[in-house]
Design a binder for this molecule. Structure first.
Ligand code: NAP
Ligand code: MG
Length: 494
């Protein structure tokens, strides 16, 4: 039996006003219809914004540690539901169960961290030039904020945005990716059970472009936090500029792992395989380029191919954590097209490059882990994000060239360096144009208590997660407090 996913507006689960539904299918077995999500109209989105606006004031007046306690409760509840959430992620998104469990654990960590933040100082006391005056800062919520999320981390990304928005006293209108509606329903139910009041968190299903259009034309929406593609991010930013609405964008990546000649090659190979093929390469932090110094390029490539050939591809529920399918048919087709284009550009296909299994209703969207050699920096393969299990190997003549190649892309999310040389490690940390960087560890991963985000065309606005996470969702207020009344010498006021 398949499920139905309804909008959640003002504490009520409701069908959207189109009366239409969108199928949610299992990418490992498309004949498996998991459920149907209601499709919304602008009227439904308007109702969600209205509910958020009406509920926000009281939510903001609730003491901050009490809001934090609701997030702590959500963390506790999620621990008990970890397996249900993980199975839902695997079934609708495709990543294997071990990876899905890891995602849910990260969401728990984010909730716990943000709950703790609710008890920490929110401002500073600043000395004044004026006798008897105290200056301090405090934070005010933006009001109603929209949260738009991608399908590749259908639990964790919504959690880190929603938790940060809620702790700051905002009310949220949440639009999840159409590919992963079941995770969104589970998550909103979790917050409901944890005690988030009606109207404070609203969920609307349906078309992303319609949602974008409505929220950027509605003055009640004071912030938009978006994770997804560059195309949509740029469009949202442009539309939001008209009303000077605050926008936070986390977009694409083309992350490189650098292998120096002095590196521990086995460790670098393991990290590359994990970074490139973990979660089927569908992570914004995935390793999609490996830049290896020529003296070790042959040995590294051979070791890498040996390891890649041992990877198994299959349904994420299977024993042994195989690499799951890509998310849908469209993604599979565009990856195969990019692979064909890469061959035409002159890159050498070293392994993979093909769909696994004959197409049919019971065959998932499986792509063999794919590695290209002889890749040069000008090739599209080395420049554009593919968002799948495809890795490009570039060779370099020196450490300096490796750094230059890493920076020669429009993105700047994450990168890694494998070396035993501390001077190189420090030079890399200094010169690399990525928001996160790893020395002797894979490009992927990010801990709840550390800021997350990218440079250049990967990101715009404040960082997510960690103590920096809630900043986007609040305004800083500066308070001048005069302890005395009556005549006084106010000194120089500028
Ligand atoms: P996407 O197509 O941009 O979709 C992301 C979200 O935006 C979905 O909820 C989508 O709804 C919605 N949307 C689509 N068009 C919209 C519009 N015109 N206005 C407002 N919202 C709109 O991206 P995706 O394919 O789901 O995700 C993959 C991308 O996300 C990759 O580029 C990846 O690098 C990036 N990503 C970045 C990070 C990071 O932190 N930097 C993390 C994860 C993923 P529908 O699903 O209904 O279309
Ligand atoms: Mg699906």
């Amino acid at each position: 039996m398949s499920d139905v996913y309804l909008n959640f507006i003002n504490g009520q689960w409701k069908q959207g006003s189109t009366g239409q539904w969108d199928d949610n299918r299992n990418p490992a077995k498309p004949s498996d219809l998991i459920g149907k999500a209601t499709r919304s109209t602008p009227i439904d989105i308007d109702r969600a914004i209205d509910a958020a606006q009406k509920a926000q004031g009281e939510w903001a007046r609730m003491p901050r540690p009490k809001r934090g306690a609701i997030l702590a409760k959500a963390a506790t509840l999620l621990k008990g539901k970890l397996e249900t959430f993980a199975k839902t992620i695997t079934r609708e998104e495709g990543k294997n169960l071990a990876e899905a469990r890891g995602e849910v654990q990260k969401a728990i960590n984010c909730l716990e961290f943000t709950a703790g933040e609710s008890r920490r100082p929110t401002g500073q006391v600043i000395p004044s030039e004026v006798p008897g005056t105290m200056i301090y800062t405090t934070r005010a919520p933006l009001g109603v904020v929209a949260v738009i999320t991608p399908w590749n981390f259908p639990v964790c990304i919504p959690v880190w945005k929603i938790a940060a928005a809620l702790v700051e006293g905002n009310a949220v209108v949440f639009k999840p990716a159409s590919n992963t509606p079941a995770s969104a329903t589970l998550l909103v139910r979790l917050f409901e059970e944890a005690g988030v009041p009606a109207g404070v968190l609203n969920l609307v299903y349906g078309s992303g472009s319609q949602f974008g259009q409505v929220i950027t034309n509605d003055a009640r929406v004071r912030g938009i936090s978006f994770t997804g593609s560059n195309e949509v991010g740029a469009e949202l930013n442009q539309a939001a500029a008209k009303t000077l609405v605050r926008v936070q964008l986390e977009l694409g990546g083309k992350n490189a792992l650098i292998v120096c000649a002095d590196a521990d090659l086995d460790a670098a190979v393991d990290a590359t395989v994990m970074g490139a093929f973990g979660s089927t390469g569908q992570r914004c932090t995935a390793t999609s380029r490996v830049i290896v110094e020529k003296p070790v390029a042959h040995e590294f490539t051979q070791k890498l191919l040996t390891k890649v050939r041992t990877l198994r591809v299959g349904d994420g529920f299977m024993e042994g954590s195989p690499m799951g399918p890509v998310v849908d048919e469209k993604s599979l087709a565009s990856l195969i097209e990019a692979i064909e284009a890469a061959k035409k550009e002159g890159a050498t296909l070293l392994c993979g490059g093909e769909r696994v299994g004959a197409p049919g209703p019971d065959t998932g969207y499986f792509l063999a882990p794919t590695v290209f050699g002889n890749v040069t920096s000008q090739m599209k393969l080395a420049q554009e994000e593919l968002f799948g299990p495809v890795l490009a190997i570039l060779e370099s003549n020196s450490f300096e060239e490796s750094l230059a190649l890493t920076n020669q892309v429009r993105f700047g999310l994450t990168s890694s360096l494998y070396t035993r040389d501390i001077a190189r490690a420090l030079a890399y940390a200094d010169q690399i144009e990525t928001g996160m960087l790893h020395i002797n560890s894979p490009t992927v991963g990010g801990e709840a208590q550390a800021p997350f985000g990218g440079m250049k065309q990967t990101g715009l606005g404040r960082r997510e997660m960690g103590a920096a996470g809630p900043e986007f969702f609040s305004e800083l207020k500066t308070v001048y407090l005069e302890a005395t009344t009556g005549p006084k010498n106010v000194g120089n006021l500028y």
